[in-house]
Design a protein around this ligand. Structure first.
Ligand code: SF4
Length: 221
């Protein structure tokens, strides 16, 4: 169990999966910069959060739901949690003023289209684990809505995904508790990184090359 002061943001998992240095710059050094991708992502989330909660006969839609898991040591906010009226044999949660039990179904909104890696699913799984701990029930699946495709992808929170989420979360806690920002390495991903100017990964490559040349030169002497 993690104490309140050690809780980390669920969004940091995405940053960590993208680049450890980016994650440390944002979550250790509080550096942030916008680029086209972050602005588009924020606009999409703003639209989702500004919409009102909805109540239908068999579905209640809650927006901007606060999340916390002391087991994982994570906190954050879900874009949307749908509460579906449970079938008689399903376990759900009671909702004041509504009859029956309701099964939570988290939905995350993403700009773009499904990625090759699993990080969007990991982030959603972390949200589900938070909700499970808060509501004391199990959540078998959720969905990610991709803005470019305008389509939902259902995500099953199976054992493999839960294990992957746990592993990445532990890695995140190790990075933050170590308190050291990794050195930059210029790679293809840097081209889409919002922290490119702050990080300056090419400069580090130049310094490393110069240093290498200096060592070679010394050895020739
Ligand atoms: S510019 Fe590259 S090395 Fe630097 S934080 Fe971004 S992805 Fe990481």
């Amino acid at each position: 169990m993690y104490p309140e002061e050690d809780l980390l943001m669920i969004s940091a998992l995405q940053h960590l999966a993208f680049c450890e240095r980016q994650c440390a710059l944002i979550h250790l050094e509080q550096q942030w910069a916008e680029n086209r991708f972050t602005v588009l992502g924020e606009l999409l989330h703003e639209n989702v959060h500004q919409s009102k909660s909805e109540k239908k006969a068999d579905c209640i839609i809650a927006r901007s739901v606060r999340l916390v898991s002391y087991n994982l040591g994570l906190t954050g906010q879900a874009d949307v949690v749908e509460f579906h009226l449970c079938k008689s044999d399903a376990k759900g949660t009671a909702i004041p003023g509504r009859k029956g039990l309701w099964c939570p179904f988290p939905v995350e909104y993403k700009r773009g289209k499904p990625k090759k890696d699993n990080i969007d699913a990991v982030q959603l799984c972390a949200q589900a684990i938070c909700l499970e701990e808060q509501l004391k029930l199990s959540i078998p699946e959720g969905a990610i809505f991709y803005g470019e495709k305008r389509r939902r992808t259902n995500i099953c929170f199976d054992d493999n995904l839960r294990e992957e989420t746990k592993r990445l979360t532990e890695k995140l806690h190790r990075l933050i508790s170590k308190g050291v920002t990794p050195k930059p390495e210029y790679e293809k991903r840097c081209k889409s990184c919002s922290l490119f100017d702050i990080c300056n990964p090419k400069l580090n490559s130049v310094i490393k090359r110069k240093r290498y040349e200096e060592i070679l030169f010394q050895e020739d002497d």
